[in-house]
Design a protein around this ligand. Structure first.
Ligand code: SF4
Ligand code: SF4
Length: 451
């Protein structure tokens, strides 16, 4: 579906609306922000429920601890999210942009703050165009300071996803916040202030790549916000009975005044439209006053508007079937992988600095370093087993115990009989078994050298 591009760059002062879509938008702002701000404070089994620990290369997700080797799950989640966005865009157009995208959600919050301190759109427009005075300075100062504080709070919360939130808050209160934490909080907060507080809809129009390629994901059954030209035109103020027949649009301009990106939906589908639906609320209110049916602007599809055809169910739309099957496959593979995943891992390094050597009892000894990662919250001890032709034993220094959520390296030596194994390199298998839960074990293949 081709979507024309228009460039409008004057500041937009959207008027407040009430109605289904406005309420849904407010609801989404509240829910997404509660999720964002509260998640780093959540505790699970005595520690922060969601945290990326870059220092120790771990991702904590409630009871789950993911290591760098588990990046595949993160990649799977990203692929599923991207496919989910494609599917959602094909079915429902840009409802993601209008209701959940952080840029539009934060812009909405900034507009609320602006409205609180600087008044309704007309007053703001007049004040912005007028000279600086005490009133303008005071109101602008209060609104910009509030936006800045809110932005810094978003930045600090983001840092709380990487650095323990409770410690961060305590350090902040004590004035002892670290350099990196402060830099990231200021950086992210500064961007929030700039992008949502100042650039606002310009980001959606000129910087967001999704706005540019969404058209290729649309089809004739995609839900879009549309003006019903047949019903609305010719537009104009209501005339007396008996005059020329006219459409239902009274050209009140309310749909343009409420639009957060400042476009006129009556010009047809435009790439700037974020699908927020507040123009539908505004127009429905006008229709109610005129005792005309609602829906002059509505969420509909091209096929419904032009041919009165309802969108077919999802399973009859090939692209929807492909996207859904791919998402289901990715989730299934991830679920199976997580289910079969052992709660500990082992990396084996052959000690290349120490050559294979002969022991006093005539065996050949090879030395290895085992690095064991324990993803359980409590400390665990492990039992070592080595299997392979000619292997006669294994030596370890002390118990193989790894603290909860930690990793530890151990030096082990494998002994082989030179009368069984010829000169060269031979395969062996090292297995590690949880001493308390013998069913939990990992095996790794490596090689033993016979000089
Ligand atoms: S709000 Fe409705 S009636 Fe008013 S200009 Fe827009 S489409 Fe026409
Ligand atoms: S045209 Fe309507 S749906 Fe599109 S951005 Fe403007 S108000 Fe939102």
């Amino acid at each position: 579906m081709a979507i024309p591009i228009h460039f409008v760059s004057s500041k937009v002062y959207p008027k407040l609306t009430r109605g289904r879509f406005s309420h849904w938008r407010t609801g989404f702002v509240i829910v997404t922000q509660l999720l964002y701000f509260l998640t780093p404070w959540l505790q699970w089994q005595g520690q922060q429920a969601v945290r990326f620990d870059f220092g120790n290369m771990r991702l904590y997700l409630f009871g789950l601890t993911l290591l760098p080797q588990d990046l595949i799950y993160l990649a799977g989640a990203l692929i599923a999210s991207a496919l989910g966005l494609f599917l959602w865009t094909m079915l429902a157009g840009r409802l993601w942009c209008g209701f959940s995208c952080p840029q539009t959600v934060y812009t909405e919050i900034m507009v609320w703050i602006e409205r609180l301190f600087e008044g309704p759109p007309n007053a703001r427009r007049k004040r912005d165009a007028g000279p600086w005075g005490a009133d303008k300075l005071l109101r602008k100062g209060a609104s910009q300071t509030s936006m800045l504080l809110f932005s810094l709070w978003t930045g600090l919360t983001l840092v709380g996803y990487f650095s323990p939130m409770r410690e961060l808050a305590a350090n902040l209160l004590a004035g002892q916040i670290g350099f990196w934490e402060a830099s990231f909080a200021l950086g992210y907060g500064g961007f929030t202030w700039l992008l949502a507080g100042h650039l606002r809809e310009q980001v959606c129009k000129h910087m967001c790549p999704y706005a540019r390629f969404q058209g290729v994901m649309f089809d004739r059954d995609t839900l879009v916000v549309s003006y019903d030209t047949q019903r609305g035109e010719p537009r104009g103020a209501r005339r007396k009975q008996g005059a020329q027949p006219q459409g239902d649009c009274v050209d009140c301009g309310l749909c343009v005044q409420v639009c957060p990106v400042g476009i006129d939906i009556r010009h047809g589908l435009q790439y700037e439209c974020i699908g927020c639906g507040v123009c539908i609320d505004a127009c429905d209110e006008v229709m109610d006053k005129l005792a005309a049916p609602r829906g002059l602007i509505r969420l509909t599809t091209q096929n419904a508007q032009e041919q009165g055809q309802l969108a077919p169910p999802m399973w009859q739309r090939p692209r929807a079937v492909v996207y859904s099957s791919l998402i289901a496959t990715v989730f299934m593979v991830m679920a199976i992988g997580l289910w079969q995943r052992e709660p500990f891992r082992m990396d084996i390094l052959r000690d290349r600095a120490v050559m294979a050597r002969e022991t006093h009892d005539g065996y050949i000894e090879n030395t290895y370093t085992l690095r064991v990662f324990n993803t359980r919250r409590d400390a665990r001890s492990y039992t070592l087993h080595v299997a392979g032709q000619g292997v006669v034993g294994v030596r370890q220094q002390g118990a193989l115990t790894v603290p909860g959520d930690g990793d530890q390296s151990f030096i082990i030596s494998v002994l082989a009989d030179p009368e069984v194994l010829a000169k060269g390199s031979h395969p062996i298998e090292i297995a590690l078994q949880d001493s308390h839960q013998p069913d939990d074990q990992v095996r790794e293949a490596t090689r033993i050298l016979m000089p």
